[in-house]
Design a binder for this molecule. Sequence first.
Ligand code: ARG
Length: 309
Amino acid sequence: MQDFKAARRPLSMMSAALLLPAMLMVPTLSAHAGGPSEPKIVGGEKAAPGEFPWQVALLDAEIEDNAKAQTCGGSLIAPNWVLTAAHCVYDGKKAVPASSVDVLGGTNSLKKGGTRVAVDAIIIHPRWGKKKGSEEDDIALLRLAEPLKDGVKVVPLVTRAQEVELTAAGKLATVSGWGDTEIEGEQAPTDLRKVQVPIITNRVCNGKDAYDGAIKPKMLCAGLAAGGKDSCQGDSGGPMVVSNGKKRFALAGVVSWGEGCADPNKYGVYTRVSRYATWIEKVMAKPEKPGKPEKPEKPGKPGKPGKPE
Ligand code: ARG
């Protein structure tokens, strides 16, 4: 069988895939070459201008053309902070250099408009990649070199207190992204797309026909038992939002993984954002230097490793 993953993924990113079950994770930091075997944000439609003002695209900083450079999605959670998936910015051992990633915000189109800014720090969740073969803690923060202003809006996170209500089974969630649009065709989408999918309980998602135990409490599943609607390759890192009252949205999930796309019982799996509020706040308050362990605040007090959330 031809390994189309290898063909699409820059070499430096290959190692990330090795850590993850090949069946589950498909190309991420690959620039979108588009390919005949790539399904789309399945069952979705084009997003309206300004409908997802928190949506950003992660770009390969070395590629000038936004459409060719797009690797993943992300969500603007503060004017200079983007939440994304760890696997989007991981080289298999550590975060990729901040200088290798740009962020595009303020546009639905990868062809025109928007503002492209540099990233000056990448902070991957400390527990990502620690457990072999596990996709747990697939979450990372990008600090932007300058805040995004034009045409953007930050999205609030679903809090721990809101979790039960806002992410109850059956609630409709909306996922957006620039994942490839054609099952057969060369065309990668340059316009942002969206799809609505119902949230599923972790119990159902762990069913024998579904993921049979691979779903951890800090993951969130959404999709249809019959399949047909899902996020897909290239949507990773991007937002899953839920309604929080009239015309208000909150970020419930980060596109993480799935077996295939939109197949029956193979729901989309998302990082459950509400479980990471403490870590996110801590990083945004005082981002650690990537690669350097955090120093204890006061002498005499041993530095504690980030406690699991
Ligand atoms: N890992 C994929 C990416 O990097 C996202 C997969 C989402 N898959 C799914 N069936 N919902 O783009």
